[in-house]
Design a binder for this molecule. Sequence first.
Ligand code: PEP
Ligand code: MG
Length: 541
Amino acid sequence: MGHSAGAVLSGLGVGLSPIVGEVYKVAPHTSLPARAKHSGDAQKEKASLRSAISSVAQHLEHLMTKVDQTSIEIFEALKMLLEDEDLFETATAEIESGWNAGSAFEIAVETFAELLAGDAAFEERIADLRDLARRVHAEIFGIKLGLDIPETGKYILVGDDFSPADTAQFTPAVIGVVTIKGGPTSHTAIICRSRSIPAVVSCAGAKDLQSGERVLVDPVGDRVVVGGDVSLATQSIEFVAKSADPIIPVRANIGSLEDAIAAATTSANGVGLFRTELLYLSSTTAPSLEAQAQSYAEILAASPEGPLVVRTIDAGSDKPVPFLDMPHEENPALGVRGFRLIQEHRSFIEDQLKSLEIAREKTGREVWVMAPMISTSAEAIEFAELARKLGRFKVGVMVETPSVAAVLSDLAGKLDFISVGTNDLSQYLFAADRMNAALGTLLNPWQPALIRTLANIAAESDAAGLSSGVCGESASDPAFAVVLAGLGFKSVSSSRSQVGAVRSALSSVTLEQARAIAQAVLKQPTAEDAKATALSELASL
Ligand code: PEP
Ligand code: MG
């Protein structure tokens, strides 16, 4: 059932600018049927396998018309593997033994993978070939895999939620995003904020939106208005800068060379969070030390002036990195992710630090390194010792778990800095999965429990002589950034599209005023009261 014009669908806004556009509804991901036997007609199964292989081969040919030369060569190699007659024969034998066409092809690919294990050229492509086998399987059952995003026109993309791999496919035709699931700290939110795509996430009512409807995406009003025009959009506060410099430095969050280049065009003072894992979300083979040193050097050289805070790999949970081959976990947000990967992947973390040192020397930039998902002071100290052994960095850790927030005093003299990841800190403080739309309100940074925890972290860091910053999404909200400065944090790092707005907010107040606002906010019993108090205090200055 659709919505009537004027219907208001509540969610959580991302960004400050409204947008009006036509809805493009993306179908939810459908999972593939389990492997199964066929009903007895082997000839029919073989024919449907042939035709599915040829459709997927055509899809590859279509992709080849859109990519660069290196990718064309990869796609050509894949197409040859896909259409290999030996592979088809192996699948045919599986069909003869009873498996249906899709299952038979997947089994044949696995047999090939075992036979050719050790052949470097083939191993590089095996994950891609497995993916093609899934596509063949899907084709046979008429299931659509992956996103089908328009490349031309202008659309508001509406879907359940988008994975990092999905958002990587967003084309310039995506001018706005609405998700039914996914909270304010989900990767959809992070990517949209960094690309200045207005979005409303956690918008349950969006499930009834239909392709072709026109909607207003009103992020400041935390809502989508069906049939609304821009004049209905909620206005954000206009901050008037009173001094040239903000009361604390505003750095930028980046995840790629393009982000670094774009961040350098803002007024950011360096980089406060370089999410290195975003470089590897679609890599099926580990990058060599040389390749890493090269890409880090390019990114460091392109980054805005100032210190550059690089985070070692934070794979796992919502950010799968294919080459790290991580075990299936029932509860990955509570599993082996971030620095915990040192158990199985120590050499990758060491290579990151070594290649960062090469890049640091080559570019002459000031590099700070930090580890994600630290839970104990022992882990923090282990990382600090490793980083100091491998490079000349300032060394810190992210504070993303309540457990490490409780032991900051033990880190005096051991670390140079800490950086609070409020996205994960909220998730673990409130026991609320950051991807779960139903829990979006618990992940609202204005929640009193988060703000009071942040006050303790800032005070404890100060007492331990650690410089403290905040790099979670909360630091991209200009009013919240003022509260953070007032609580005692020494820097914030924002999504690059928000650097200007956060800087003006932090240039419109004195440190004393920010402290007074933070004190007033700390007394509020609800998130709504906390936000309203900050906004009215700011408006009255
Ligand atoms: C955070 O958790 O706040 C953070 C900055 O890390 P990420 O969002 O990449 O998990
Ligand atoms: Mg995090």
